[in-house]
Unconditional design. Structure first.
Length: 430
C-alpha cells in the first residue's frame, strides 16, 4: 500500500482462454458451461420470448472447444471455490493474518457496464433482457435475479399507479360512491399482488432455464467456510436447528409479553389517577420496537450459523425467513394489540355499568361531547347519560358490567330517528 502498512496479494488465473489450470479447476468442480457448437442437425432452442436457451454441460477436456468462453464472473467463482478448499479465509481473518478478501473489478468490463447500464441517462428507461445479461455477466446470477425482480416490479407498478390515480377521484364524488371506489381499489390491489407474484414466478423460471440454474444450489454453489460436513445430517445438527427455532419463538413471546405488560401497567396507573405512562406509552413502545428489531437483526445471523447451511443460498433463505418473521411480528403486534386485544384484555368490571363508568372516568372526567358534566361520583347517572357506552361494554358470565379496554374519550352526538347516537374516539385510536 501507499503508506506501506499493508501488503496486497493478488491471486488469479491467466487471462488466456487456453489457461489449462482454469480448465482443470472447472473440470474438477464439474462446472456447467453453455454449449456454443452443436452437432450437425441440431440447433439452439428458443422460448416464447425469442430468447435462446443453450444446452449446459459439465466442462471437460474433451468438450472445452464446444463451450462458451469463461466470463469474468466464472473465473472469480471458480477461484473462490478453489481458495475456500485450500484455506479457511474466515479463520485467517479472525486470527489477523488476512484483513479482508474481495474479488477485484476489471476496468474494461466496469467501463462497459457503466456505459450501457449504470449511466444516469438510462434512469427513465425500462430494463431490457440485454441489460440483465450485462448485470449477470459482471455480478453473477444472484444479483441478476434481484434486478430481474426489480425491473418486473417497476414495469407492473405503472398499472397500479393508474388504478391508484383513478381511486383518488373518490374525494370528489358522493360519500357512498367513494366507499365503493375505495373497496374496488382494495380488491384490485389484492389481484395485482397475486398477478405480479405469478408473473415473476414465470419470469424467474425462464431466467433459470436460460442461465442454466437448474439444481444450482446442490451442484454448483460454493460451500460456505462455516459449513461442518461432520455435523451435517446428524442429531446434533437437528438439535441446533431446533434450538434456533426455539429462540425465534421465545423472542416473539418475550416481545409480546413486554407490550402486554406495558398495557397492563398503563391501566393500573391510570386507575390510580397517574396518567404519566398513558402520555409516554406510545414513545416507550416505539423505542421498544426499534431496539427489538435492531437486536434481532444482529442475533439472527448467529442463530442461522447454528443451522449449519452448506451454501450461501440456503443460508440467505433461512436468514430472510428468520429476519422477516420476527421483524414483521415486532412491527405489527403493537397495532394488533390496540386493534384487537386491548378491547378485551384491560376491561374494567363492576356490578353495574354506572360503577364501572365511574371507575374508568374517576380521574380523567367524563368524555367531551357527552351529556355528563357532573362530578365523579355521585352515582346519579341514568341509562341515557351512559348511552355513549352502549358499544363499549358487555355483561360477563358473572353478571358484571365490563367496559372495554378501549373506551371513549371524546364523542359527537347524532340524532337518528329521534334516538341519540354517539360517534366516539377511544383512548386506543385518537
Amino acid at each position: 500500500s501507499i503508506d506501506e502498512d499493508e501488503v496486497f496479494l493478488k491471486v488469479s488465473f491467466s487471462r488466456s482462454d487456453k489457461d489449462q489450470r482454469l480448465s482443470d479447476v472447472a473440470e474438477h468442480y464439474r462446472y456447467m458451461m453453455p454449449v456454443n457448437k452443436l452437432p450437425a442437425g441440431f440447433h439452439t432452442q428458443t422460448n416464447n420470448l425469442g430468447q435462446s436457451v443453450p444446452l449446459y454441460i459439465e466442462h471437460g477436456e474433451e468438450v472445452k472447444d464446444c463451450v462458451e468462453r469463461f466470463r469474468h464472473v466464472d473465473r472469480i467463482r471458480l477461484l473462490l471455490r478453489w481458495l475456500h478448499d485450500q484455506v479457511d479465509m474466515e479463520a485467517m481473518i479472525h486470527q489477523g493474518i488476512v484483513r479482508m478478501h474481495f474479488p477485484a473489478a476489471t476496468y474494461k468490463d466496469l467501463k462497459a457496464l457503466n456505459k450501457t447500464w449504470a449511466n444516469i441517462m438510462q434512469v427513465p428507461c425500462l430494463p431490457t433482457p440485454a441489460d440483465l445479461d450485462d448485470v449477470r455477466n459482471y455480478f453473477g446470477e444472484q444479483i441478476a435475479f434481484f434486478f430481474a425482480w426489480f425491473g418486473t416490479y417497476n414495469k407492473y407498478l405503472f398499472v397500479l399507479a393508474v388504478a391508484a390515480s383513478i381511486s383518488s377521484v373518490r374525494e370528489y364524488v358522493y360519500q357512498w360512491a367513494g366507499k365503493w371506489v375505495l373497496n374496488a381499489f382494495a380488491v384490485f390491489l389484492v389481484g395485482w399482488v397475486a398477478t405480479f407474484n405469478e408473473l415473476f414466478k414465470r419470469r424467474s423460471s425462464r431466467c433459470k432455464q436460460v442461465w442454466g440454474m437448474k439444481d444450482w444450489d446442490s451442484q454448483q454453489a460454493n460451500t460456505l467456510p462455516d459449513f461442518d460436513p461432520d455435523t451435517a445430517g446428524t442429531n446434533l445438527e437437528k438439535m441446533y436447528r431446533l434450538a434456533a427455532t426455539s429462540c425465534v419463538v421465545l423472542y416473539v413471546v418475550v416481545f409480546a409479553g413486554a407490550i402486554l405488560g406495558i398495557s397492563l401497567v398503563n391501566k393500573n396507573m391510570r386507575d390510580a389517577g397517574d396518567m404519566r405512562l398513558a402520555e409516554w406509552s406510545p414513545i416507550v413502545i416505539s423505542v421498544l420496537m426499534k431496539v427489538s428489531s435492531f437486536t434481532w437483526s444482529k442475533f439472527a445471523i448467529k442463530l442461522i450459523r447454528w443451522e449449519n447451511h452448506r451454501t450461501e443460498a440456503r443460508f440467505n433463505d433461512s436468514l430472510a425467513w428468520t429476519l422477516a418473521s420476527v421483524k414483521l411480528f415486532v412491527a405489527l403486534f403493537p397495532f394488533a394489540d390496540l386493534a384487537f386485544l386491548e378491547y378485551f384484555i384491560n376491561q374494567t368490571c363492576k356490578p353495574t355499568l354506572e360503577e364501572a363508568a365511574v371507575s374508568v372516568y374517576r380521574h380523567s372526567g367524563w368524555p367531551a361531547g357527552t351529556n355528563n358534566s357532573g362530578p365523579l361520583p355521585p352515582y346519579n347517572n341514568t341509562q341515557i347519560d351512559l348511552a355513549f357506552l352502549d358499544r363499549f361494554y358487555q355483561t360477563n358470565k358473572n353478571g358484571l358490567a365490563c367496559i372495554a379496554g378501549c373506551y371513549p374519550i371524546e364523542c359527537t352526538e347524532e340524532i337518528d330517528n329521534g334516538i341519540p347516537k354517539f360517534l366516539c374516539t377511544t383512548n386506543c385510536w385518537s
